[in-house]
Design a binder for this molecule. Structure first.
Ligand code: SF4
Length: 214
């Protein structure tokens, strides 16, 4: 059984897959408490679903791109079984993980979108650094949410130290919602010379920042 906050079909709002129709399985619970978290409603509640019930629900949407997210999707042990089932049914599976849990046991067919927490999140101490060694350049992406200049300086240091431009399919730079001037962030990126990708959360522009299940 897995505790599930919501299952829905929408437009992927982030990553190199932004703009594509996508089914989302949002699992309940997260061991972290990022200061700017926009998913606090996933910390508690949810409904228990068997793996079969989840598979049946996602099949109804008829969409082969699927993201397992949260909360922290890898915090529930059975999530690894769900990911395997989805891969076996030929879904293109994206895992949006907060970077605290090891990705070691994730089915290798799934694509990892790995958050690296910056200082303003309050959770930078909990980054599980060995996850960076498992990145695959053809399919995995890393994401930094930037709230201020100190976050950007942290991100540039980590990008260089771990050679992330070379090791990940994309290095995503995402502004913390309404916390940082977008033009200022864009200028830091262009001045840096780094091969990174600034991304905005497309779904928030379409449905608003507080919408769930769309
Ligand atoms: S890891 Fe994600 S869900 Fe968990 S507190 Fe941070 S932003 Fe929220």
């Amino acid at each position: 059984m897995l505790r599930v906050t919501e299952i829905f079909h929408s437009i992927q709002g982030e990553s190199t897959h932004a703009g594509r129709p996508c089914t989302f399985v949002r699992l309940t619970g997260c061991p972290m408490r990022c200061t700017w978290c926009d998913s606090e409603y996933t910390f508690t509640g949810g409904e228990h679903f068997t793996l079969d019930a989840i598979m049946q629900r996602v099949r109804e949407f008829g969409c082969k791109l699927l993201e397992v997210t949260g909360g922290e999707p890898l915090a529930q042990r059975e999530a690894f079984d769900l990911i395997k089932r989805l891969c076996e049914e030929d879904y293109e599976v994206l895992i949006e993980t907060g970077g605290y849990v090891s990705t070691e046991d994730v089915d290798p067919r799934a694509k990892i979108i790995l958050d690296i927490k910056c200082p303003a999140s309050g959770e930078a101490e909990r980054n599980h650094w060995p996850n960076l060694d498992r990145l695959r350049v053809d399919q995995d992406e890393v994401k930094f949410v930037i709230a201020d200049r100190a976050d950007w300086d942290f991100a540039t240091r980590i990008i260089k130290e771990y050679e992330l431009e070379r090791r990940a399919k994309a290095v995503l730079i995402s502004p913390a919602w309404e916390q940082i001037d977008l033009q200022e962030l864009a200028s830091w990126i262009t001045q840096s010379g780094l091969n990174v990708r600034m991304q905005l959360q497309l779904h928030k522009y379409i449905w608003g920042s507080d919408a769930h299940g769309v």
